[in-house]
Design a protein around this ligand. Structure first.
Ligand code: ACM
Length: 260
């Protein structure tokens, strides 16, 4: 299976431009799975709830969804992307997995970062795992990395590939994801962005370093901190079914939940 990601450089609020950047970059490539960053089409640093509300979409509806649905169909691949989700009067920081036939599955970010709490409600979907082309896939979003329970829960649900749309600003995450991959023996795909956003006093610099990591903690492909880019790896998801560390150790069977 070919898994891939695109590290983008979105302009805040310029949905058409941001979609165009992604489509132009990914269209020449073949993939079974493509992961795009958190909030990839809108940008990240909303000035307030109302601004975010205007840029948000309901899950499975709207301009960004329709564009990604067409991409998934045209490329015959699964596309996972982050977006601000409007649900009634609330907003969630969400991701959708869009299948080539237009069906989709939703994840809402469980652990909100910093001032995201002023805009978004904490996710209510919880974690889930689904199958695509024989691979078992789960989603978590950006700051969820800081809570090892997120990737562990996906692993316990059977995930072989953890997809991780991100807008990283904390420098530890790319290396922490090696640990998340290793401690769970899963593939991880962190799709981050680059660039800066400034809103009033607040300035954020996004660190890039998007990575595809194997269950034994090897970085299979990465993009550096300063450029956009599409990367892909051909993987065998079944490698993530082997939780053995030594002849006598199994990552899941050796857990002692009664002590935790
Ligand atoms: C983050 O969760 N976007 C830092």
């Amino acid at each position: 299976m070919i898994v891939s990601l695109y590290q983008s450089n979105p302009r805040f609020g310029k949905l058409a431009e941001n979609l165009d950047e992604v489509l132009t970059a990914v269209k020449p490539h073949k993939f079974d799975l493509l992961v795009l960053p958190e909030l990839f089409a809108t940008g990240y640093l909303f000035s307030d709830f109302n601004q975010a509300f205007l840029l948000a979409e309901e899950a499975g509806k709207g301009y960004v969804f329709e564009t990604i649905r067409m991409l998934a169909a045209e490329k015959n691949g699964l596309v996972i992307y982050g977006f601000p989700e409007r649900r009634g009067k609330r907003l969630f920081n969400s991701s959708l997995a869009v299948f080539p036939n237009g069906q989709y599955l939703l994840y809402q970010k469980s652990h909100l970062f910093d001032t995201e709490k002023e805009i978004f409600s904490p996710g209510e979907t919880g974690f889930s795992v689904f199958s695509f082309r024989g691979a078992r896939i789960g989603m978590m979003i950006c700051f969820d990395w800081r809570f090892p329970e997120a990737a562990r829960k996906l692993t316990l649900l059977g995930a072989q590939i953890v997809c991780h749309p991100s807008n990283l600003v904390l420098t530890h995450c790319p290396d922490a994801m090696i640990t998340r991959a290793l401690e769970n023996a899963v593939f991880t795909i962190t799709a981050n962005r680059i660039g800066e956003e400034i809103r009033g006093e607040k300035k954020l610099r996004f660190i890039g370093k998007s990575r595809i990591i194997s269950p034994d903690g090897k970085v299979l492909a990465q993009v550096d901190s300063h450029q956009t880019g599409f990367i892909a790896s051909e993987i065998n998801p079944e490698l993530a079914d082997n939780k053995r560390v030594t002849e006598n150790n199994d990552l899941l069977a050796d857990r002692r939940p009664e002590l935790y």
